[in-house]
Design a protein around this ligand. Structure first.
Ligand SMILES: O=C(O)C1=C[C@@H](OP(=O)(O)O)[C@@H](O)[C@H](O)C1
Ligand SMILES: C=C(OP(=O)(O)O)C(=O)O
Length: 447
């Protein structure tokens, strides 16, 4: 569980030497959550390798344990889960604490909607500020009842139903969490659950449900986006799952290596699901020397090795339609934009306001306090590149947000006067070995 009382500040100095080496990043966070949840819902046993053991995923593991499944750690990243079967989870004796993790809270809400018992869910100070109405509104159509704090915030009581009605819903926001939550409720509903998404979002739920033997229908909508449906109740069969490296985590190393002169870094076994790799496209548009090698399919997901060399970066204009495929990468890409030559525009970033922090505002504050000019027009961020001359010297508030903390640390490596970061503890939610891996490449973080 998150121990938010321990704060770890960090001072980062300009790095004079290149980053070099070959590495693996930990397992994909989205896939790791789903692996544990789906294994718990399956009949029989599942074996997971490459699981991310960051705090967010460990909150999911603890919740599945509290609901009667038996996730068990065998070795690093290797887990064995005895499933309970669809509709067979049992009432938790205590409050379910989802820590810092929106994915855990939203996906689990869907699972609990179609189980006939009471659960109470909470989270840390960041998660308790995040919107839950986006799931409680459609999930109420199942017949489940949700009681939240004012404004649809956690803590929340969920009175699930064993006779869930299937939901048909068109997503008002591009969110894989909301899509997944509704589909998961549908696993134990009688009839066809159908979700339309106006823009395609990460499809790990659809892919992994198929892997567990569920028939999932996906249609392209004439005006763009997708329609996803499944007929419940279903049976999931326990499976082996191999989790690829997290492309969102890899992007921190890629951006650092692209900026720091003389760097040359190879990251092996990174997930390349096209609904996750928008940041790699953007880095290439910016002129980064990024190559994707050894592409293959493992465990139903495309993976490959990434090779990056430092070089000049130029500004880009990234359309809003690109946002879902790189939604978690804007904090680190904002550093690449600040370092680049020219004026970058990131369009349509409204969803950044409801992450672990209001990332839209956090990015603006991080850059402005370090001498980078940033303009805001509606939901667009306009970053004036410094052509490699970020002055730095600022103090960065990370607001319990792991991606802000990692981005701030990398900003310090390329800023003339370095930076001060108020708290880096939350990095352990998604990337527990971030500092050792960066230091092995030569980053010289002094913790
Ligand atoms: O489904 C998932 O695993 C996730 C979906 C995204 O959130 P939204 O669905 O809120 O966009 C992303 O930001 C989050 O890190 C993980
Ligand atoms: C938004 C994120 O995660 P979550 O929504 O699961 O807290 C993230 O990891 O950047």
């Amino acid at each position: 569980m998150t121990n938010s009382s321990v704060i770890k500040p960090l001072t980062v100095s300009f790095l004079q030497t290149p980053l070099k080496g070959k590495m693996n990043v930990p397992g994909d966070k989205s896939i790791s959550h789903r692996a544990l949840m789906f294994a718990a819902l399956a009949t029989g046993e599942s074996h997971i390798t490459g699981l991310l053991e960051g705090e967010d995923v460990m909150q999911t593991a603890a919740a599945m344990q509290a609901l009667g499944a038996q996730p068990k750690r065998i070795a690093e990243g290797e887990w064995h889960v005895v499933g309970k079967g669809i509709g067979q989870l049992t009432e938790p004796e205590n409050v379910l604490d989802m820590g810092n993790s929106g994915t855990s809270a939203r996906l689990l809400s869907g699972i609990l909607a179609s189980h006939g018992f009471l659960s109470i869910m909470t989270g840390d100070g960041s998660l308790r500020k995040r919107p839950m109405k986006r799931v409680t509104v459609p999930l109420s159509e199942t017949g489940a009842q949700f009681a939240t704090r004012e404004g649809g915030k956690l803590p929340m009581a969920i009175t699930g139903t064993a006779n869930a009605k299937p939901v048909t819903y068109r997503l008002p926001v591009a969110s894989a969490q909301v899509k997944s939550s509704i589909l998961l409720a549908g696993l134990n509903a009688h009839g066809v659950t159908c979700v339309e998404e106006p823009v395609a979002t990460r499809d790990h739920t659809e892919n992994m449900l198929r892997h567990f033997g569920v028939e999932v229908h996906v249609e392209d909508l004439p005006k763009g986006g997708k329609k996803i449906s499944l007929k419940g109740p279903v049976t999931l069969q326990g499976k082996d799952i191999k989790v690829p490296g997290d492309p969102s985590s890899a992007t921190f190393m890629l951006v650092a290596a692209a900026m720091i002169k003389g760097s040359e870094v190879c990251i092996e076994n990174v997930g390349l699901n096209p609904l996750r790799t928008g940041a790699f496209d953007v880095l290439k548009w910016m002129g980064a020397d990024l190559q994707i090698l050894n592409e293959r399919v493992e465990g139903g997901e495309p993976v490959g090795d990434l090779m990056i060399k430092a070089g000049a970066l130029k500004a880009v204009d990234v359309p809003a339609a690109h946002a879902p495929s790189m939604i978690d990468e804007y904090p680190i890409l904002s550093i690449a934009a600040a370092y680049a030559t020219g004026v970058t525009r990131f369009r349509g970033l409204e969803e950044l306001r409801v992450k672990e922090s209001d990332r839209f505002t956090s990015i603006v504050e991080m850059l402005r306090s370090n001498g980078v000019q940033v303009d805001v027009e509606g939901d667009d961020l306009i970053i004036h590149g410094t052509a490699g001359n970020i002055s730095g010297g600022g103090e960065i508030e990370t607001h319990m947000d792991h991606r802000l903390a990692m981005s701030a640390s990398i900003l310090g490596l390329v800023a003339q006067k370095g930076v001060k970061v108020d708290d880096v503890t939350f990095i352990r939610t998604s990337f527990p070995n971030y500092f050792p891996l960066m230091n092995a490449l030569g980053a010289k973080f002094d913790l």
